[in-house]
Design a protein around this ligand. Structure first.
Ligand code: ATP
Length: 357
């Protein structure tokens, strides 16, 4: 297989606003035709990084190489990069077609080419039937597609999307996540999306970067970030995780009550150091077999049906918070549990991740 080609190389980029370091020495490669997500809690610097890629901010340090050329100081309109705003910023008095063709008209392209490209992108974004409508006559999802069509018609090398689904309700958001991914695939343009929604990144991104306090914590595929988080913060931020605090032992973590959680200890942790053992809710089994490496007694505190899954809160002596356990409806039917029941939880050593506390 060919090595994917790097489109954008972010090289030791920093940005301060007065004494605030919004982006702190980030290095990151984004590949050609990739759907890449920048993710992190509010204030982590993801929007500032996106604005530097667009050209609305200039880094204090570092280089931003697009196709090998440093664009860090190139004005926004001179970059082959387009930014789609969360608010869509559509022209209210213009039709969908006029909104989409506007950018090409500014470029003074021949009318025939404009028509050809606008027709093609209206078809791709399934907007042909709405071409003559004004933005106010469209639904939220349709407006979102117009904003996308307007950005894509210019055929940028890179499309930046700032919380593109932020204005949509939950159900439409789900549908548009898949739609965006399909579109990206179809047009073959590299997308960089900013979101604070970790589920959204897991669904859409080919790779994702997790930030905190202006620093890059981890950059990998959604699967790798979910299964092998770089640290405790990432483990907690992405998905749901159960944590057992304790001290590092030779083959795992010793909890305060003396229970040993068996798992692989990272080489960076010394014996006796404060650590947490963690396990995802879906890796925990109710009523495990006696050979299961980790077993602990608990009491069911609460149950919640979530479609195909049943989510349990189980109180144990291992941690102050109840364990979250996800069992399939099937398993729950076979051996029903209710609030107040005594249960045993079990999980394999291979499903344990251990982090510095
Ligand atoms: N123009 C500015 N002047 C001063 N400080 C700024 C400016 N822009 C951003 N900051 C600060 O830089 C830090 C990073 O901000 P940024 O907007 O990049 O974060 P974010 O991760 O996108 O957050 P959110 O999800 O809330 O938009 C924050 O502490 C913010 O207050």
């Amino acid at each position: 297989m060919n090595e994917p080609r790097t489109l954008l190389a972010i090289d030791k980029v920093s940005k301060n606003f007065g004494r605030v370091t919004a982006v702190d020495g980030i290095s990151l490669d984004i590949r050609e035709n990739e759907f890449f997500a920048l993710l992190g809690p509010s204030g982590c610097g993801k929007t500032t990084l996106l604005r530097m890629l667009a050209g609305f901010e200039t880094p204090n340090h570092g280089r931003i190489l697009l196709d090998g050329r440093d664009i860090a100081r190139t004005p926004p309109n001179k970059r082959p990069v387009n930014l789609m705003f969360q608010s869509y910023a559509l022209f209210p008095h213009m039709s969908v077609r006029a909104n989409v063709s506007y950018g090409l008209e500014m470029e003074r392209l021949p009318a025939k080419e404009i028509r050809f490209r606008v027709d093609a992108i209206l078809a791709t974004t399934e907007l042909v039937a709405f071409a003559d409508r004004k933005p106010e006559q469209l639904s939220g999802g349709q407006k979102q597609r117009v904003a996308l069509a307007r950005a894509l018609v210019k055929r940028p090398r890179l499309l930046l999307l700032d919380e593109p689904l932020g204005a949509l309700d939950k159900k439409l958001r789900g549908a548009m996540q898949l739609e965006l991914k399909r579109l990206q695939h179809e047009v073959g343009i590299t997308f960089v999306i900013v979101t604070h929604d970790q589920e959204e990144s897991l669904v859409m991104a080919d790779r994702m970067a997790v930030f905190r306090d202006g620093k890059l914590l981890q950059c990998d595929t959604p699967h790798a970030v979910y299964e092998y988080p770089a640290d405790r913060f990432v483990a907690d931020f992405i998905g749901v995780m159960n944590f057992v605090p304790g001290k590092v032992a030779s083959d795992g973590v010793l909890a305060a009550d003396g229970t040993r959680i068996v798992g692989t200890v990272p080489a960076t942790l010394s014996p006796g150091a404060a650590a947490v053992a963690s396990v995802r809710p879906e890796r925990i089994r109710l009523f495990p077999s006696p050979e299961t490496a980790n077993r602990v007694a608990g009491t069911v505190e609460a149950l919640a049906y979530q479609g195909l899954d049943l989510q349990l809160h189980v109180r144990t002596a291992l941690s102050p918070k109840p364990f979250l356990v996800r069992v399939t409806a099937d398993a729950a039917d076979r051996r029903p549990v209710s609030s107040g029941d005594a249960v045993e939880l079990g999980w394999d050593a291979a499903d344990v991740r251990i982090f510095a506390d």
